[in-house]
Design a protein. Structure first.
Length: 338
């Protein structure tokens, strides 16, 4: 990639239109960053940013026209524009080459995803709190809850306890619980998942279209040694904030703890991939292993167990470097370098 190349207008227009089309389609809204990521990985940096600017402007104009003709609330238009623009800009920084931008922004991709997810959560949470008090959104949650409750009660037969618990669920309780989870790491974790899925999908499509393979390999990913102390400190801060009922301390500590856990989860996944590559697993068997692994993760019964094992495996590598030759003499503290 080079900054001096002029932008390719056709990829710019196609990716911007597809991004705006995805966010407006509803069904494909989750993947609205993928077309922009394909341009970021397959074309020049200038082309990628030009496409993102066009997508932001196009989304603002399109939704502004819809709001004008369909008599939308101006606040809804502003919320939509802020969310779309913030996610696009953050994703542009995440997918940019590590050597691009000012010196203080030149950090590893994994830490860009963490920082971008934290910023995304800070943007999303105030919008969610404002949306929570929107009458239309409240009515939508209420209608969906009534449908799900009726279906669940009918499938449960004459279970009085189950019916009583479901009847106690109200939109207020659901929204309060969701807000409680989001501000305590749920928002950050959701943004990490969103950015990672968008990035990996864009990488795969860019490889298919351009036959290039940008980006690093997870099998070589190592968390900085000092993060183990951040993890320990945030865990203690969560316990202290909960015990002393200091909500700001508890909220900040939960978000830091979630970020640390995600980093060690990625390191644990890198260890597994390292051994798969080391033992030269055939491509077909590797695909089967990936499918089985994804099935285990998304299985409600096995998913938390598998993710927990990977996280503890990543943490354990601070004292047992699985992917490097052990140095002479045991060490009781985390490594100084990777």
């Amino acid at each position: 990639m080079t900054i001096r190349r002029s932008p390719d207008l056709i990829p710019v227009l196609i990716s911007a239109l597809m991004s705006v089309g995805c966010i407006r389609s509803g069904f494909l809204g989750f993947f609205f960053l993928v077309p922009l990521g394909v341009v970021a990985f397959g074309y020049s940096l200038r082309t990628a940013w030009f496409a993102m600017v066009c997508a932001v402007i196009g989304n603002g104009i399109l939704f502004g026209g819809m709001a004008l003709f369909l008599d939308y609330d101006p606040g809804e238009w502003g919320t939509d524009v802020i969310y779309f623009s913030a996610m696009v800009v953050l994703f542009g920084w995440i997918t940019a080459p590590p050597s691009s931008g000012p010196g203080f922004l030149r950090i590893r991709t994994a830490y860009r995803i963490m920082a971008g997810s934290l910023a995304g959560a800070l943007v999303f949470l105030p919008l969610f709190i404002a949306l929570r008090h929107n009458a239309g959104f409240y009515a939508f949650i209420k209608s969906q809850l009534e449908v799900l409750s009726s279906l669940y009660i009918s499938s449960g037969g004459a279970d009085v306890v189950r019916s009583s618990l479901l009847e106690q669920l109200t939109p207020d309780i659901i929204l309060e619980s969701l807000e409680f989870i989001l501000i305590r790491g749920g928002g950050v974790a959701s943004c990490v998942l969103f950015f990672c899925i968008s990035r990996q999908t864009a990488l795969m499509l860019a490889w298919l279209i351009r036959r290039g393979h940008p980006g690093g390999n997870l099998s070589g990913f190592h968390v900085a040694p000092g993060i183990i102390w951040v993890l320990s400190g945030s865990l203690l801060a969560v316990l202290l904030g909960t015990w002393a009922k200091i909500a700001p301390l508890e909220i900040i500590a939960w978000n830091v703890l979630v970020l640390c856990i995600i980093l060690y989860l990625a390191q644990g996944g890198g260890i597994v991939l390292f051994f798969l590559n080391r033992f030269a697993v055939p491509p077909i068997l590797r695909v089967i292993c990936n499918i089985v692994f994804l099935f285990m993760i998304f299985n409600p019964g096995m998913g938390p167990f598998v993710l927990g094992i990977l996280t503890f495996l990543g943490i354990a590598e601070n004292w047992a470097p699985f992917r490097v030759q052990k140095s002479n003499g045991p060490s009781s503290t985390p490594r100084v370098g990777n």
